[in-house]
Unconditional design. Structure first.
Length: 184
C-alpha cells in the first residue's frame, strides 16, 4: 500500500458522514415527504407506544411530539449532528428523553429492556437492517411491541428519497439496503 492509498470507510461510517452532513437540512426536506407521502404516519406509529420506549435511529426527533406523555423515552442515533437536533427538540418539548449516540446494529442496551421499540424511515439506511431488527428484538420485552415504518415507491415508480439517504432509488420491496458496496 502506498502512502497515497485511501482506506475505504465502513458502510456505517459512510452513513454517519452522510447524515452528519445533511442534518441541518433534514427537517425541511422530510417535512415535504411527511406532507405528501406519509401524512399521519408519525402520529400513527408514536401514539401506539407504551411504557419504556426505545426509538432506534431517532434522527432529529420528529416523532417525539407524538409519543404519549406517560412513556419513558430512550433514543439512539448514529449521527451526532442529527442527535444534537433531537436533543434540542426534546428540550423544547419539555420531554425528559434519554438520547444517545449508538449503532442500531450493536445497541448498548440490555435484553428485554423495552415495552415498545420504534424505528421510523431508517431500516432503508442502516447498513444491515437484519442486524438492527435482531437487536430490536433482543431489547424488546417478551410481551412488547415493535413498530417500524419505511419508504417504498409504488410498483414501477421511481421514488426520490431525502438527499440524506444514499439510495439512488427504491423499489416496491419493503426494505432495501443503501450503503455503497465499494468506495466512491
Ligand atoms: C431517514 S433518517 C430517519 C430519522 C428519523 N427516524 C425520522 O423518522 O425522521 C435515517 C436515520 O437513520 C440513522 N442511521 C443510519 N444508520 C444507522 C445505524 N447503523 N444506527 C443508528 N442510526 C442509523 C441516520 O443517522 C438517520 O438519522
Amino acid at each position: 500500500m502506498t502512502s497515497s492509498a485511501k482506506t475505504c470507510p465502513t458502510p456505517t461510517a459512510r452513513q454517519k458522514r452522510v447524515w452528519d452532513k445533511s442534518a441541518s437540512g433534514y427537517d425541511k426536506q422530510i417535512a415535504f415527504f411527511e406532507k405528501n407521502w406519509f401524512t399521519g404516519g408519525r402520529e400513527w406509529l408514536a401514539e401506539r407506544a407504551r411504557g419504556r420506549v426505545l426509538e432506534v435511529a431517532v434522527g432529529t426527533g420528529r416523532n417525539l411530539p407524538h409519543y404519549p406523555a406517560d412513556v419513558t423515552g430512550t433514543g439512539t442515533e448514529l449521527s451526532p449532528a442529527m442527535l444534537a437536533i433531537a436533543r434540542q427538540r426534546a428540550a423544547g418539548l419539555g420531554r425528559n428523553a434519554d438520547l444517545h449516540e449508538g449503532d442500531a446494529e450493536h445497541l448498548p442496551l440490555g435484553d428485554s429492556a423495552f415495552d415498545t421499540v420504534v424505528c421510523a424511515l431508517s431500516l432503508c439506511t442502516i447498513p444491515s437492517p437484519a442486524a438492527a431488527v435482531g437487536e430490536m428484538r433482543r431489547v424488546l420485552a417478551p410481551a412488547g411491541a415493535c413498530g417500524c415504518s419505511t419508504t417504498s415507491a409504488a410498483p414501477g415508480r421511481r421514488s426520490t428519497p431525502p438527499s440524506g439517504s444514499s439510495n439512488a432509488s427504491r423499489s416496491a420491496r419493503p426494505v432495501s439496503t443503501s450503503p455503497a458496496a465499494s468506495c466512491p
